[in-house]
Design a protein around this ligand. Sequence first.
Ligand code: PXG
Length: 288
Amino acid sequence: MGLKIWLDGKLVDQEDAKISVFDHGLLYGDGVFEGIRIYNGHVFELDAHIRRLYESAKAIRLAIPISSEELTGAVRETVEANGLSDGYIRLVVTRGAGTLGLNPFICKRSSIFIIADKIQLYPEELYEKGMKIISATTVRNHPLAIPPQAKSLNYLNNILAKIEALDSNVPEAIMYNHEGYVAEATGDNVFIVKDGVIFVPPVEAGALPGITRNIVIKLAQKENLQVVEKNLTRFDLYVCDEFFLTGTAAEVIGIVEIDGRMIGDGRPGPITCLLRKKFFEYAHGKEK
Ligand code: PXG
């Protein structure tokens, strides 16, 4: 049996979940989205994801035609209809069907759909051994272009960096901003550890304000670890003691090599492993 998809107010079979070829989400990447986890039957940090979605929409002048309470209910309804206890939700708001031509205001009503499915996990081995990555040459979107804080459907910037990673036979790439400071990975935020202190690039460097990032910062502070938001350079990444990425899909994953430079002793470091464990416990123990 296929999935039940929530589409514009109704749960429909996946075969019937269709969007117009005139939808500007498809024609122009004009829309916003969220990727959310389900742990133990609970939608993880749903309120934070809903808030970010409405902010992304506001930033691109997209009116979401239902209230955040209704949308929250729709997400829960979709999870329930698919009987998922662990999985992944893709919540998408497109500009809607219009005509050819950029004008978004021609589109009468945006479309909302919600997919709740199983998540494809990275192999456990990748977490134990850590990941090798590269620096992308593709520069992160300038803040005066597509705002990096808005989670828009226009992911070409990140996709071009991802292609560079895959061409180099590694799964991820670090993106730098137009000033040369570390922004983020293609779908994850960056953390490093140097002399026992955790450093995180500020969101203003061109990162998405990651929900996993926020939680990991809080969990680190609870462990009495010092967390400093600071612009980081490629040099800082090359000489750090530990390096990890955070995100809804990857959770917390150690980086052991970048651009051929080994990080630490070539294995995920102790703070990385501690925070990965704390994040797992938080995600699985929390009633939300
Ligand atoms: N930066 C970018 C550019 C992202 O797209 C993150 C950071 C991490 O944010 P969260 O809130 O997840 O901690 C993301 C998240 C997918 C997918 O299907 C992408 C993301 C999350 C989940 C799934 O590609 N991006």
